[in-house]
Write a protein of this length. Structure first.
Length: 114
C-alpha cells in the first residue's frame, strides 16, 4: 500500500518595525520595515498565530517626536500558545530597545524599560 503524502502548511515569523517622526511643523515622516525571519515553520494543520506589539514615543526636543512600534506574528500550535507568546513578548521588547538605541543612544543609562 502506498502511504498518503501529508500536506503541510508553512508559516513564517513576521516582524514589522514602524518609525514615525513628527516634525515641529506638523509634518510626519513614516518609515515601515517589514521582514520575515528566516525561520519558516511547517505545520500539519492550520496554525494559530500569536501577535505582540510594543511601542514608544520619544521626545526629540524642539516640539519633535519619534514613534517606534515593533510587532511580531508567531505561528504555533494551540498547545504552544503560552510559549509562543513569551517568545513574542521577549522579541518585541529586545527589538524595541535596539531600535530606540539607534535613535537615542544616550537612553542606555536611563532608568525604566526604554
Amino acid at each position: 500500500m502506498a502511504e498518503e503524502a501529508k500536506s503541510t502548511v508553512t508559516a513564517p515569523i513576521i516582524v514589522t518595525v514602524d518609525h514615525r517622526f513628527v516634525r515641529a511643523n506638523g509634518s510626519t515622516v513614516c518609515v515601515t520595515k517589514s521582514e520575515d525571519l528566516s525561520e519558516v515553520k511547517e505545520f500539519v494543520t492550520r496554525p494559530a498565530v500569536v501577535r505582540r506589539a510594543f511601542g514608544v514615543t520619544l521626545n526629540q526636543g524642539n516640539y519633535e517626536s519619534s514613534r517606534i512600534d515593533v510587532s511580531v506574528e508567531v505561528p504555533c500550535y494551540v498547545e504552544d500558545l503560552e510559549r509562543a507568546d513569551e517568545f513574542a513578548r521577549d522579541f518585541c521588547e529586545q527589538r524595541l530597545r535596539a531600535e530606540v538605541m539607534l535613535i537615542k543612544p544616550e537612553k542606555k543609562s536611563a532608568a525604566g524599560p526604554f
